[in-house]
Design a protein around this ligand. Structure first.
Ligand code: ATP
Length: 151
C-alpha cells in the first residue's frame, strides 16, 4: 500500500493546495479526525478548526472554516468555505473581526445576531491561532493552545 495519498483543498476562490501527503488531521464537526493512507472511504462535515497535514518532514497547518472532506482510495478532497495558510492570514483583519463579534456578544439580545457573532468569533480566534498571534502580555496566545490529537 502506498504511504502517500493525494490531497486537494478547494475553496470557492481557488485550489488552495494540491499534493501528496502522509497524514491529515482534520476538524470534523464531531472532533478531530486523523487520516492515513488506506483509510476507509468517508465523508465528513468539517467545522471551524485547524487542518494539519504532514508531507515528509514538512508540517502544514491551515485555518479552515467549515466544509466537507471526502476520503476515497488514494485521494482526499477537502471543500472548505475558507482555508488560509498561516502566511495568508491578515492578523489585523482577524483582530477586527474578533472585536466586532465580542462587541455584539456583549451588547445584543438578538438570537440571530448572537449566533452569527459566535461563529465569527470562532473563525477569528482560529485564524489568530494558526497565525500564531501573541498578544504581547507574556501570557502566550490569547486564544489558548489546543492540543491536536496525534501530536
Ligand atoms: P471578515 O469579517 O474579516 O470578513 P469572515 O470570518 O466573515 O471575516 P469569511 O466569510 O470566513 O470571513 O471569509 C471570506 C473570505 O475572506 C475568505 O476567502 C477568507 O479566506 C478570507 N478571510 C477572512 N478573514 C481573513 C483573514 N483574517 N485573513 C485572510 N483572509 C481572510
Amino acid at each position: 500500500m502506498s504511504r502517500k495519498m493525494r490531497l486537494e483543498i478547494v475553496t470557492p476562490d481557488r485550489l488552495e493546495f494540491s499534493g501528496d501527503v502522509e497524514s491529515i488531521i482534520a476538524p470534523s464537526v464531531s472532533g478531530y479526525i486523523g487520516i492515513l493512507p488506506g483509510h476507509m472511504p468517508l465523508i465528513a462535515r468539517l467545522a471551524v478548526g485547524v487542518l494539519t497535514v504532514r508531507a515528509g518532514s514538512t508540517r502544514l497547518s491551515m485555518a479552515v472554516s467549515e466544509g466537507y472532506m471526502e476520503v476515497s482510495p488514494g485521494k482526499v478532497i477537502i471543500l472548505a468555505e475558507a482555508a488560509e495558510m498561516p502566511g495568508e492570514i491578515d492578523v489585523e483583519r482577524a483582530l477586527a473581526a474578533k472585536r466586532r463579534a465580542e462587541e455584539v456578544l456583549a451588547t445584543s439580545k438578538e438570537h440571530v445576531l448572537l449566533a452569527r457573532a459566535r461563529a465569527s468569533l470562532q473563525k477569528a480566534i482560529n485564524r489568530l491561532k494558526v497565525a500564531k498571534y501573541q498578544d504581547g502580555s507574556g501570557e502566550g496566545s490569547p486564544v489558548g493552545s489546543e492540543k491536536i490529537s496525534g501530536e
